[in-house]
Design a protein around this ligand. Structure first.
Ligand SMILES: Cc1cc2nc3c(=O)[nH]c(=O)nc-3n(C[C@H](O)[C@H](O)[C@H](O)COP(=O)(O)OP(=O)(O)OC[C@H]3O[C@@H](n4cnc5c(N)ncnc54)[C@H](O)[C@@H]3O)c2cc1C
Length: 473
C-alpha cells in the first residue's frame, strides 16, 4: 500500500476538523445547583437544540434548560459529514406495517421539507454554516453496485420520492463530478452541504438568545420519570433539574446513561479531511455543484467538498467497541484512516498527492431494528428522539419540531408521522452484540471486495444479504 501523505499540520481527534477550523467554543457555565424548569433537555446536539428552539419560538414564556456534559456540538452534531439530506434511515415496510404506506410516504416528504426548513431557519437566524444546496450524488463503481443503485432508486420512487426527487443520471444534465471508475450515478436535489460545527454552535447561540439556559460541563447521571409525588427529574453532578417534561437527546451516548445501556448501539463513524486541493485538480474533478457525494458500497462512504476546497470523506470506522466503550476526543485508528484514504484515492486518484490534514471519529445511535423514533410519554414526562443511524442532520430537526408538538400536546401532521411512538426491543447483551457487529461488518467488507473484483457480477453478493439478515435491518 502507498504511504498516506500527511500534512505537517496533521491532527488525529481533537473532536473534529470542523471544530479545529472554528476553534473550540468557550464553555458556558455549568448548572449552578438544583433548579426548576418547564422543560429540561439532556444533550446539546442538533436534537436537543432544535427541540429547545421550536419550543421557545412557539411559546416564549416557557422555561427551557439544556444540560450538556461537554459543550454544545461535542457529539456527532459537531463531527458529522455535513450531509443535510432527506435520507431517512429505517425500513419503510416496518413503519408502513403500523401506520400504512401513505403515512410512510408522508414521512419521506416531511424529510424533504426538513432540508428546506433547516436552510430557511439558518438564513433567518443569521447562522452562517457554509450551506450550499447542491443536492446529493450517489455513484456506483462496479456492476453489482450499478444494479443495486438502480433498484434503490426504483424502490425509493415507490416510497415518496418522485422521479424529480431522485433519479439515475443520464446525459449531462447535472454538474460535472468526475469519480474514477463510476459506471452509474444517481442524483437528488434534496440535500445540502453544511459545516456541522458552525451549524450547531450557531444554533446554540440562537437558542440562548431566545432565553434558553444552556448549562455545559454538566454530566447527567440519571433521568427520573414522574412519580406519585415527584416531578420528572434530571440528576446531575451539580444538582437536580425538576421539569414537567424531560427530553433525552443524547443519541450515540445514550448507552452511558443509567438504565439505558442496551437501548441503542453506539456505532462509530470516522472521517478524514485533506488539505485544500489546488485549482488544477478541481478543474479535473469538477464538483462545482458542491453536491454531497456517496457511493453504493455496503461499507459506504460519504463526502463533501468543503467551503475552503478540501475533500472531507467518512465511513464506518471500527464499528463498535467491546462493552460499548466510547472514544472521547475522536481519535481514530490508523487502519481506519488508511481505509478512508484508499476509498478517497479510488474515487479521485489524483488526490493521492494531497496531504491528509485531519482524522476524527464520532458516535451515532443505532436502534435494534435500525429505525429512528421520537417519543413523548405524557404520563412519565419523559421523551426522546434519535437512533438516526447516520442520517441525523436533517432528521434531528424533524424530531425537534415533533417534540415541540408532543410537549405542547398538539395533534399535528408531524405527531401523526409513523416514527412517533415507534417501539423497538433492546440490543443483545455484550459480548453478543460486539461479536454480531464484527461479523456483520466483516461480511459487508468481504461482499464489497467480491463485488469489485468480479467485473461481470451484476448482483449483490450473498454475503451482504446474510449480513443484512443478521443485522435485523
Ligand atoms: C462521523 C459522523 C458522520 C456523520 N455524518 C452524517 C451526515 O453527513 N449526515 C447526517 O445526516 N448524519 C450524519 N451523522 C449522524 C448525525 O451527526 C447524528 O445523527 C446527529 O448529529 C445526532 O444529533 P443528536 O443531537 O441527537 O446527538 P449528538 O450530536 O451526539 O449530541 C448528544 C449530546 O449529548 C451530550 N451528552 C451525552 N451524554 C450526556 C450526559 N450524560 N449528560 C449530559 N450530556 C450528555 C453529548 O456530549 C452530546 O453533545 C454522522 C455521525 C458521525 C459520528
Amino acid at each position: 500500500m502507498r504511504t498516506i501523505p500527511r500534512s505537517s499540520r496533521f491532527s488525529n481527534g481533537s473532536v473534529s476538523f470542523w471544530f479545529r477550523e472554528t476553534g473550540l467554543p468557550e464553555r458556558r457555565a455549568p448548572l449552578p445547583g438544583t433548579a426548576d424548569y418547564d422543560v429540561c433537555v439532556v444533550g446539546a446536539g442538533y436534537t436537543g437544540l432544535w427541540t429547545a428552539y421550536y419550543l421557545k419560538k412557539e411559546q416564549p414564556d416557557l422555561r427551557v434548560a439544556v444540560v450538556e456534559r461537554e459543550f454544545a456540538g461535542f457529539g456527532a452534531s459537531g463531527r458529522n459529514g455535513g450531509w443535510l439530506s432527506a435520507e431517512f434511515a429505517g425500513s419503510r415496510e416496518r413503519y408502513a406495517q403500523s401506520h400504512g404506506k401513505a403515512a410512510m410516504i408522508a414521512l419521506q416528504r416531511a424529510m424533504m421539507d426538513t432540508v428546506t426548513e433547516v436552510i430557511s431557519v439558518a438564513e433567518a437566524e443569521g447562522v452562517d454554516a457554509d450551506i450550499v444546496r447542491g443536492g446529493m450524488r450517489l455513484v456506483a463503481t462496479n456492476a453489482a453496485q450499478r444494479e443495486r443503485l438502480a433498484e434503490d432508486i426504483e424502490y425509493l420512487q415507490e416510497w415518496g420520492y418522485w422521479p424529480d426527487d431522485i433519479h439515475l443520471v443520464e446525459g449531462d444534465h447535472e454538474p460535472r463530478l468526475a469519480v474514477s471508475g463510476a459506471v452509474a450515478s444517481a442524483y437528488s436535489p434534496h440535500a445540502a452541504r453544511v459545516h456541522p460545527a458552525k451549524l450547531v454552535t450557531g444554533l446554540a447561540r440562537v437558542v440562548e438568545d431566545l432565553g434558553v439556559m444552556i448549562f455545559e460541563g454538566t454530566a447527567v447521571e440519571e433521568i427520573r420519570p414522574r412519580g406519585a409525588t415527584a416531578r420528572p427529574a434530571v440528576v446531575t453532578e451539580h444538582g437536580t433539574v425538576y421539569a414537567d417534561h424531560v427530553v433525552r437527546a443524547t443519541e450515540g451516548f445514550t448507552s452511558t446513561l443509567r438504565g439505558q445501556r442496551r437501548d441503542w448501539l453506539p456505532m462509530n463513524s470516522s472521517m478524514i479531511a485533506t488539505e485544500p486541493l489546488p485549482a488544477e485538480l478541481w478543474d479535473k474533478i469538477g464538483w462545482e455543484g458542491r453536491e454531497v457525494l456517496g457511493d453504493a458500497a455496503h461499507s459506504y462512504v460519504y463526502a463533501q467538498r468543503t467551503a475552503d476546497d478540501r475533500i472531507a470523506i467518512g465511513g464506518r470506522g471500527v464499528p463498535h467497541r467491546l462493552g460499548s466503550a466510547q472514544d472521547q476526543d475522536g481519535a481514530t485508528q490508523p487502519q481506519v484512516i488508511a481505509g478512508l484514504w484508499q476509498a478517497l484515492v479510488r474515487m479521485f486518484p489524483d488526490v493521492a498527492e494531497v496531504p491528509v490534514e485531519h482524522a476524527w471519529s464520532g458516535v451515532l445511535g443505532v436502534p435494534r431494528d435500525w429505525c429512528p423514533a421520537v417519543h413523548m410519554d405524557t404520563e412519565t414526562g419523559l421523551g426522546w428522539a434519535g437512533g438516526y443511524v447516520g442520517s441525523g442532520v436533517a432528521t434531528s430537526n424533524l424530531a425537534g419540531r415533533t417534540l415541540r408538538d408532543l410537549i405542547l400536546r398538539r395533534e399535528t401532521d408531524l405527531t401523526r408521522l409513523p416514527w412517533v411512538g415507534h417501539q423497538v426491543r433492546t440490543w443483545e447483551p455484550e459480548p453478543l452484540r460486539w461479536v454480531g457487529t464484527q461479523v456483520i461488518h466483516g461480511l459487508y467488507r468481504t461482499a464489497d471486495r467480491r463485488e469489485s473484483r468480479t467485473e461481470d457480477r451484476a448482483h449483490t453478493s450473498r454475503l451482504a444479504e446474510i449480513a443484512t439478515r443478521i443485522a435485523g435491518r
